[in-house]
Design a protein around this ligand. Sequence first.
Ligand SMILES: Cc1cc2nc3c(=O)[nH]c(=O)nc-3n(C[C@H](O)[C@H](O)[C@H](O)COP(=O)(O)OP(=O)(O)OC[C@H]3O[C@@H](n4cnc5c(N)ncnc54)[C@H](O)[C@@H]3O)c2cc1C
Ligand code: SF4
Length: 482
Amino acid sequence: MANQKMLGFVHTAQAMPDKRSAGERRQDFNEIYARFSTERADEQASRCSQCGVPFCQVHCPVSNNIPDWLKLTAEGRLEEAYEVSQATNNFPEICGRICPQDRLCEGNCVIEQSTHGAVTIGSVEKYINDTAWEQGWVKPRTPARENGQSVGIIGAGPAGLAAAEELRAKGYAVHVYDRHDRMGGLLVYGIPGFKLEKDVVGRRVKLLADAGVVFHPNFEVGRDASLADLRQKHVAILIATGVYKARDIKAPGCGLKNIVPALDYLTTSNKVGLGDSVAAYDDGSLNAKGKKVVVLGGGDTAMDCVRTAIRQGATSVKCLYRRDRKNMPGSQREVAHAEEEGVEFVWQVAPEGFTGDDVVTGVRAVRIHLGVADATGRQTPQVIEDSEFTEPADLVIKALGFEPEDLPGAFGSPDLTVTRWGTLLVDHRTKMSSLDGVFGAGDIVRGASLVVWAIRDGRDAADSMHAYAQSVKAESLALAAE
Ligand SMILES: Cc1cc2nc3c(=O)[nH]c(=O)nc-3n(C[C@H](O)[C@H](O)[C@H](O)COP(=O)(O)OP(=O)(O)OC[C@H]3O[C@@H](n4cnc5c(N)ncnc54)[C@H](O)[C@@H]3O)c2cc1C
Ligand code: SF4
């Protein structure tokens, strides 16, 4: 009998004793998630207390009207629930699947705070919107009339796509440029298919194309056109290029074969899942099958790598992180899933080098003691003397985080101002960059963040781009009238 609390549908502080094996728990989880049904959605939705201050909504980055759509779901009025849900979120069924709800809406639900376990908001959001797709309620947002102006969007991740939908609905000719062959950004090539099915992303991209958004795949700004070229073509530009420069580790042996960056590994796995043939997967260099895998890092990307390696048939998967469980940046829910699937976490260790002649055979590491807290309140990691050990490995995946690429250099725009971290500097009220009519949204502005924040930024930027384009139009009409 599946235990809801252990399965993440009702999140409580104390899990009930569970005698199932990790494999059995996983199977139960998959079965129950696949069967999240009308009855379960009703039952979960009716647990909402409709409290005076909806903390769930306050902590949802797109300010979803959660109590309203929960109430409508509990009353069986699913089409209305869908209308309310899609009014604030361009990709609600995607957020329902991959938002870290334990840190956002559900984590702040008052029922959760009173230790009765949060309403499973994300699952209900997914259910409402998957039903809307099945029932044919989701329609392309074609504008009532064309407004005669054109905008350019660089980057087809969630920030760029959300802005594209909003601007197209306002009547702009919308052109989206992306260096990849498929649209979706990290939704398609970063986040693994077991968390976010790729057809769920694909049907959204098709919906935008059906609304008249023009996609330019395999188009790299900086290579196929400069930013200045695009500014000539469009009244306003949105830069939504994400952050892709992987943080690296410089240590003895770091050049050995089979030490790979996380995004190369995940992109390959996603391409293979989409039916592409990838040489590095076929020759085994980006394939965990039959290997002892060690993943370095403790964020959500590391969790995606360990869980992908398990699915590819690794003989063992270990995750090395220099702090302890409670201080890791990854979602605790993801860690629990990884453990259930058989991943072993080795806490408080730091890599110092790699062994092997040509191909890696192990990670040399030291154990860490967490010392006194620094100015940021985090305990400082200190190496424990004589604690060196070697963790055997046939494949090492580096998941140490991402930084922005050199945007002004790549775009041929030295006058495009960036912060000292390399993120795009924008006016946070208007989202406009240092260049007139050039806006920014998503990770390239915030640094590595979340899909739901990228959607929020894309929506806000679209509003500002609209206001800007209208002011340009008014100005040119005034000049023509003079
Ligand atoms: C492995 C991984 C797992 C994640 N899991 C989650 C999760 O479970 N939940 C969650 O909320 N968030 C998750 N995130 C974070 C989330 O994916 C990002 O915050 C989000 O995708 C950022 O959206 P974006 O539109 O700003 O950028 P991106 O999604 O990165 O899209 C940027 C797009 O710009 C394109 N581009 C870049 N440069 C150029 C150029 N010069 N010319 C043309 N196109 C260009 C890229 O090809 C890309 O398609 C994850 C991130 C990673 C790496
Ligand atoms: S968008 Fe994310 S944070 Fe907002 S209600 Fe949905 S799952 Fe929760």
